[in-house]
Design a protein around this ligand. Structure first.
Ligand SMILES: O=C(O)C[C@@H](Cc1ccccc1)[C@H](O)SCc1ccccc1
Ligand SMILES: [Zn+2]
Length: 170
């Protein structure tokens, strides 16, 4: 399990680098991310959240502990998103214990490569759609609080900056 990068750490604002070839290093990174994600627990994780600025995302929206469905997305990109929007009460493992409603396209089509190097394309809706959009934001240095009003975002940034100065959990 790797330590999580927490706001106001500026690494969260980096643009992560494309993965390119699938190497043992990338497979090890994906394994570390899944282990960290399950331990958190979370339904999604972007590599930057464990301090690695590479375009790798792991997701598992299965509810059942015993029927895990780990997914690994390398260099994911949204190739289509629906006009219809959906509001979801989002959280973020890098912004602990803060939740807010975020509106995003209801459905998206995502192109990515899997760990075998094969290019895949999936249509996502529901929690998977919200989560993959949240994770791809992370790869571009965007946090869910960037979709909120400036007033709300300033409050969150102040809260976490203060907690970081006091050197304690938010
Ligand atoms: O920080 C992350 O990227 C993990 C996120 C993924 C996520 C965000 C918003 C909506 C869905 C997923 C979460 O902290 S994982 C915790 C969680 C679990 C179930 C539903 C929402 C959030
Ligand atoms: Zn997040």
């Amino acid at each position: 399990v790797r330590p999580l990068v927490i706001l106001p750490d500026t690494r969260l604002r980096l643009i992560s680098e494309p993965v390119g070839a699938v190497t043992d290093e990338i497979r090890k990174l994906a394994a570390d991310m899944l282990e960290t994600m399950y331990d958190a627990p979370g339904v999604g994780l972007a590599a930057i959240q464990i301090g690695v600025p590479r375009r790798v995302v792991t997701i598992d929206t299965s509810k059942d502990e015993n029927a895990r469905e780990p997914r690994v997305f390398l260099d994911p990109e949204i190739v289509w998103s629906s006009e219809e929007k959906r509001v979801y009460d989002e959280g973020c493992l890098s912004i602990p214990e803060y939740y807010a409603e975020v509106e995003r396209p209801d459905r998206v089509r995502v192109r990515y490569r899997d760990l075998t190097g094969a290019t895949q394309e999936i249509d996502a809706d529901g929690l998977l759609s919200t989560c993959i959009q949240h994770e791809i934001d992370h790869l571009n240095g965007v946090l869910f609080i960037d979709h909120l009003s400036k007033l709300k975002r300033d409050r969150v940034n102040k809260k976490f900056a203060k907690a970081a100065k006091r050197g304690e959990a938010a």
